[in-house]
Ligand binder design. Sequence first.
Ligand code: C2E
Ligand code: MG
Ligand code: MG
Length: 695
Amino acid sequence: MQRTILLVDDEEEILLSLSRLLRREKYNIITATSAADALEKMAENDVQVVVSDQRMPAMTGVQLLIQLKEKYPYAIRIILSGYSDFNAVSEAINSGAVYKFLSKPWDDNVLRAQIQEAFRYQLLFRRKDHLSMAFENTIEGLIITDSEGTIESVNSAFTKITGYKTEEVVGQKSSLLRSNRHSPEFYDEISDSLEKNGQWDGEIWSKRKDGELFPEWRSISAIREVDGKTSHYVSFLVEISNQKEKERQIQYQALHDPLTELPNRKLFLDRLHIAIEQAKRSNYCMAVMFIDLDRFKQINDSLGHDVGDELLKQVANRLAKSVRGEDTISRIGGDEFMLLLARLPGPKAAQSIVKKIKAVFQEVITIGAHELHATLSIGVSIFPKDGSTPEELIKNADTAMYQAKADGRNDYCFYSPDMNQDLTEKLLMKNALYKAMKNEAFLLNYQPQVDLVTGRLMGLEALARWPRPEVGNVPPSRFIPLAEEEGLILEFGKWVLKTACQQIREWQDMGLPKVRVAVNLSARQFEEDDLVDYIMATLKENNLNPGVLEVEVTESLIMRNPAKSASILAKLRGEGIAIALDDFGTGYSSLSYLREFSFDTLKLDRSFIIHMTDNPEDAAIVDTVIQMGMALKQTVLAEGAEEENQITALQAKGCGQVQGYWVSPPLNANDAAAFMKSWEPSTVTNLWSKVEKNS
Ligand code: C2E
Ligand code: MG
Ligand code: MG
């Protein structure tokens, strides 16, 4: 770096002789003849040493140097003046504005040496200042100790981190920062490493002045003398609390469900793993429960995701209330939860917890204006009986849960090995059902309904069939619930209606007698607002009078939403469509509903007919229903009569109609047409003679 000196004197000769004297040193020499001139030159150049006369007009040398001290603290300021001026300058020397007083006249060699020294001093001064600035301003805390660990200095970052001021720690041992989080061996290892490598760094928990512990990254270096002995230790410390907290958060997020804050699948698996290991060593057993919220999708779709989310949260809370703190509840996705009950005395205990959960969910869940009834399907697997690995236990609990769903929702099921078989079959059937729906691979059969007095053919019930070439026919009692579960029932119901109407049209076009066809409706169809419109449109498309159609509903269907059912049934009736109550006697059989809904036909369930001839109680029920039907002016139709004596018994009791194998099994469309042409009412009326004989 170029060394620059500024010489200030109002006498030109002095400036000249000084310049001449200093030229040998190869300084960059700048001169000024007044204080004002000097200030200007200082501003223009990077001056390290200033030599000024004291007595100058306008401003003295001391006044100038005081100003320079403010503006250029690193410049070394010297007064070169007559000895008589010393008193005027001494105060400025004491205050640090003037570094040196040199007297005129000067000794050339002494002056040159003094100026050289001033430049050296300036360099050192600058360096030291940079260092201490670095020491003070670094964001890392710094501790310098002697070889015994006694603190010699610390910086302000240290104070900020630890709360200790410099004067509180200088002279103290650096071990005052130690927390109780580490063993003495830990600190010994640090000493060993410093001894061997002169260096240690790593994470360490320390204690602040107020006693709070904090994690820091410490890096310690030994400062060694020429003889290799350690004279000092320099420690850098960086607080890593934030980083730790972030790490903790990330870890938390990785293991928890953000919505319910419950452990997620990963954490659940970890805990299950540990629990299995513990259970193996003890005599306890363990249960894994797979819990699925019934109809969650429906709630989500109809009430919105906010309500859905809130419901999940409340379900999580309720589950938490039903188990012990040591059990793990986890949300593993959508509306699925898993529960780990560790340390159970036996499988029975799992059962009582399931019951407890069911009881807790009896209460309605209120979300804003909505009152929801959350029902759960629960599958349970028990360690060690149902598996000894997390995978097996979860899979089997899942299987049991599906079984619980298949058995009717809102129930629970303990795993048993034959469930797997059932489920595989069901899964295969599910896939086949989707395909069949797409290909319209279903058929309708028609079963005749005849009048027991006149023997006339009154109608036909359309019954769905699913022929599967590979496995034979699938009965509707199996595929209809599946279609309901899979949400395919609406589409299916429309297909049935359309097919039945087309068939009626075809038969009418063939000139066959106009008989009524009954179509079964499923509950889901009743939830659709456009059901009546759709039925009417289908009739119209086929140019049919509404009188040719009857719909069959069940009591349980009506009871799901009596008010809505009433309005739909009223609309259908208003359009001239007949309504039959199917399977009567097997459900609620609420007499008040019977009157309120005023069905055209009551279909007395087959279960009463089978035994009516040999079981007086069944006979009494049949009797009562027939009497009631007469009183309400509703036709009573007996389902599933297979024997002649059943027919005559029904005739004797005054039953209106019959549908059953004795008359005919369900027939395909061609056979049904043939039946309509060939049916002889006398087949039934001839029986009257026997009826009379019996009575
Ligand atoms: P359901 O409506 O009560 O139909 C009467 C059932 O009794 C039919 O069974 C019929 O074949 C059977 N059956 C009639 N007479 C006799 C008899 O003398 N002896 C015996 N053992 N059985 C007799 P299927 O066709 O298997 O239908 C079962 C149920 O499936 C029906 O009961 C109905 O609830 C439902 N289903 C059938 N087709 C449809 C449909 O198209 N849509 C809807 N939603 N459900 C349907
Ligand atoms: Mg029916
Ligand atoms: Mg029935």
